[in-house]
Design a protein around this ligand. Sequence first.
Ligand SMILES: *Cc1c(COP(=O)(O)O)cnc(C)c1O
Length: 376
Amino acid sequence: MDIPPRTRAWIEVAAPALRRNYRRVAQAVGPDPWIVPMVKADGYGLGARQVVEALAPEGPSAWGVATVAEGAALRDAGVDGPIIVFAPIPPQGVEAAVALDLAVAVSDPGLLARLAAEGRRRERPARVHLEVDTGMGRAGLPAASVARWAPAVSALRDGPAGGLRWEGLFTHLHSADEAGGPGVRDQLRAFRTVASTLAPPASVRLHVANSAGAFRLGAEAGGARPGIFLYGGGIGPDLPAPEPVASVRARIVRVADVPAGATVGYGATYRAECPERWATLAVGYGDGLPRCLGNRGHALVSGRRVPLVGRISMDVAVANISGLPGVEAGNVATLVGRDGTEEILLDDVAALADTISYEILTGWTPRLPRTWTEAE
Ligand SMILES: *Cc1c(COP(=O)(O)O)cnc(C)c1O
């Protein structure tokens, strides 16, 4: 039996806002930009297939994923255009990557040799984006020692006959989202030094910008691999804010008038100071609502901001709706998003939970149906 998605708790995703955020990135790095929307972690938790469907009309240059399995899922969904796997892949992933014609980021000449062998075996050259480590320190060939490893990547020049197709050279910025973008210039300089040492053919795309980098570097970035900005997450105090894309809603399942002294939640960490009215929301940490929002976070009910009281449970949370008349079971509470003139931003929730919007977005569990809308 199909249960309608908006029965208990759900995420609403606004496709038009996603597209407008995409266009703002394209405008920032244009004209004729190379844009690869990052749809890793199931499209930052919102549904990679739907993100692809919503953004395909914008004509992105490729799709960015983190793992071979994510690339395989897109192929299963009928995506036959370019897909790039950005996180380093283990040797065990080579066969599937080549079989599925996924481009892979390469940090290690050993992987290059395996890819080349697989490319020759399948008579389908393995597509490669060579990563340069300019300070992230987690992947890539170290910029500082390019003279040492440059000969080891010369196989890239052998082209299809050698089993490889060299498509890109890139680095990843570590602090573009901090005010002023500390280190961006240094990373760019290191990257350019590597690029001039390797002197790749003109067909090799050079790319450096995440969302924040796109707005910091503009046309100089030449292209971008935007993620969080598309999905409505802020990219830095001195950079433009995206449009919100995702709202998280939950039904109210109980309204109770409680006397002074009543307690709520595990550990009874909140006690009513006077007679209060509480609403139980059908959403908890088992849905991805950070447990640390207990006694700290808020919800919007009937267009008003109300505090979450007591600890968040796995399946429910409780809001203090004292003074709000007319609230009843079945009404909708908003954990992220707008209700009337009030709004809770993804970044507000992230800040309260002492984390980043990325972790909040990717933390919503499969229990919340993602409901996509074309409505404004
Ligand atoms: C995730 C990722 C991005 C996107 O970063 P945002 O900050 O979400 O824009 C870009 N490039 C690489 C290599 C990534 O892994």
